[in-house]
Design a protein around this ligand. Structure first.
Ligand code: ZN
Length: 200
C-alpha cells in the first residue's frame, strides 16, 4: 500500500542557501523558517526528503564522501536540537553532458526514493524555487510547490528569470506559490487538522 505522504525538497535556494559547486550542507545555511517548517511537516505525518543535482562531483570540485559526511553531520545536529531527521538525501553526481536519468527534471531520484519508501505520490509535494522544479514534480506526478521569497529570490538571478513563467503556471492552477516555507507548512497544518489533504 502506498500510503506514506512525503515532502521532497530541492536543496539549493529552497531548503538552504545555495553555495555554487560546494558540498556544504550545514545548519548555518538554512533559511530562518526551514527547521520550524520541517517540524510542522513532520508533526503532520510527512516523511522528509532532500534531492539535489550535484554536478560538482563529476566536475571534480568535491567528492561524494564529503557531501555525504556533511549531510550526516547536519542530520545528526538537526535531530539532537529538534527531535526529527530528514528521512533521506538523494543526489545526482553527474554533469549534464552525461545525459543521465537522475539529473532533474528527470525523475531518477524520485524512483530511488520510491524504491525504499511506499510513497503516496498524489498526496506528496515537491518544493522548489525554479521552473525546472515544476517540470520535475509534474514528471514524477507530485504536487509542485514553489517558494518565492520576495526578500531573497529577486537577488538571485536564477529564480528571477523564471518568475513570469511560474506565475503563468499558477494562473493555470498547475502550481502553488508561497512566499516562505513557513506559510506553506501552515497551510499543510490547516488541512491536516481538518483531516483532509491539500490539493491544487
Ligand atoms: Zn545523474
Amino acid at each position: 500500500m502506498h500510503n506514506l505522504k512525503a515532502i521532497i525538497f530541492d536543496k539549493d535556494d529552497t531548503f538552504m542557501k545555495d553555495q555554487v559547486y560546494s558540498p556544504s550542507i550545514s545548519v548555518d545555511l538554512l533559511f530562518e523558517d526551514t527547521v520550524q517548517s520541517c517540524k510542522i511537516f513532520h508533526d503532520c505525518g510527512y516523511f522528509l526528503f532532500i534531492i539535489s543535482n550535484q554536478s560538482g562531483i563529476e566536475r571534480g570540485y568535491f567528492n561524494e564522501q564529503e557531501l555525504l559526511s556533511n549531510f550526516i553531520d547536519f542530520n545528526n545536529k538537526l535531530f539532537l536540537s529538534n527531535g526529527f531527521r530528514i528521512d533521506g538525501f538523494f543526489y545526482c553526481p553527474h554533469d549534464p553532458s552525461s545525459l543521465c536519468l537522475c539529473r532533474k527534471p528527470n525523475i531518477g531520484m524520485y524512483y530511488q526514493i520510491k524504491a525504499l519508501f511506499q510513497i503516496d505520490t498524489k498526496n506528496s509535494f515537491y518544493i522548489g524555487d525554479r521552473l525546472a522544479d515544476i517540470e520535475f514534480a509534474q514528471n514524477a506526478g507530485l504536487v509542485p510547490v514553489i517558494i518565492h521569497r520576495p526578500d531573497y529570490s529577486y537577488k538571485h538571478q536564477s529564480t528571477y528569470d523564471d518568475m513570469d513563467l511560474i506565475e503563468q503556471e499558477e494562473e493555470n492552477e498547475h502550481v502553488a506559490i508561497f512566499p516562505s516555507l513557513l506559510s506553506f507548512s501552515q497551510t499543510i497544518e490547516k488541512f491536516y487538522k481538518k483531516n483532509t489533504n491539500f490539493v491544487l
